[in-house]
Design a protein around this ligand. Sequence first.
Ligand SMILES: Cc1ncc(COP(=O)(O)O)c(C=O)c1O
Length: 472
Amino acid sequence: MDAEEFRRHAHRLVDWMADYMGTVESLPVKSRVAPGEVIGQLPTTAPQQGETFEAIFDDFRRIVMPGITHWQHPNFFAYFPANSSRPSVLAEMLMSTLGVNGMLWQTSPAATELETRVMQWLRDMIGLPPSFTGVIQDAASAATLCAILTARERALQGRGNRAGLNDAGAFTTYCSAETHSSIEKDVRIAGLGSENLRSIPIDEDFGIRIDLLQQAIAADRVAGRTPLLVTATVGGTANGGFDRVDALADICEREGLWLHVDAAWAGSAFVVPEARHLMKGCERADSVVLNPHKWLFTNFDCTAYFVRDPQALLDTFAIQRVYFDTAEQGRVIDYRDWGVPLGRRFRALKLWFVIRAYGVEGLQATIRQHIASAQEFASWIEASEDFEVMAPAKLALVVFRYHPEDVEDPAELDALNARLLAALNDDGRMYLTPGKTGGRATIRFSVGQTDTRRAHVEKAWEIIRETARSLR
Ligand SMILES: Cc1ncc(COP(=O)(O)O)c(C=O)c1O
């Protein structure tokens, strides 16, 4: 493809992109393809000769597009959002054009210095103190892995990295029963083992039971194990629960444990000052992770990882080779040493575009609007006779179920809600995720796609009621 062909195709793609953004609302949110339908249309071997752009783009529209679930549809109420925005997409175009690998300062000084500045902005925007330093990572799962590995190596004074874990003893880690699955995955990868992760029951507010956590730590000490790290859940995935981080910080300070905060979803909401009571205590954590790729209008992927002691990252991850030697070494940041992968995309660029294009006030206004719409949705449920809110809706996640007066049998209610969810998702006008609350089937309604407005939420409520009625 020569430069002129590239220009022509790129203009066409930009037109397609703008049209897609303008019309996505008319598509079914969840893809309707059956398993195997996409792969069945793809040749089993790669083409020997290059194909034309026309042929590739035709197949993109014909084969790929039907297999897309539209995360940027304003009626995407499933999971947590992975929202995007036009400024972020434009920045992604530049990022992929530059094709930068920002592993060292020298391999693109602007990538490093922009990241440092944008992370300072974001830290201040969410109300974390200047004692935190930020670094961009690909995913919250990877940032949490860094927290566990740095905590492990701090406790072992680097011996784990040098000699392995055979003589390390049994480290134990703690989280609530509402904690995201990534914490257990990371504990496994870090060599600490799922069996040494204590999943502590929650209180009626869906936060970790502080008394039970203390008992678990004490029991582990008595048994000769070494308590290492507590993960605080700030915005749980299943039910939107919040741990009392200040109480966890008290325990961690007293016991000498690493306190890691998983605010992957809720962290973005802290750009709104009135939401910050939910992060009280985060300023005392060792590390905090949040995903601008969830709820800060920055395309997947972009995770912000804030640490109190960047040296702990370097002590854990830095490995020197001659090909990393540069004249500036020691005077500049080489982000390759701040996480697991060596190579690094220029993610700071899209966050910079987004923050500048929206301004802090624009970001606040959009997030406030999402929270207000979700709160209103919760109030409609509260006021209705045959639906109920199943967990405190503190931000923009509402967990509810259909509960007609004449159905009391718990298993029957579970089945009814499963049927309601399936009917709603098959209908195509919205997309929702199943939940489980207190052992009972629930439905999660998560507001946060960039273009979701009150009218979408209001319409969704109408469709949910209609569909529920039609099932009976
Ligand atoms: C609370 C929480 N933590 C962690 C994660 C994992 O995020 P990532 O996909 O960035 O690893 C999620 C994903 O939804 C989440 O909700």
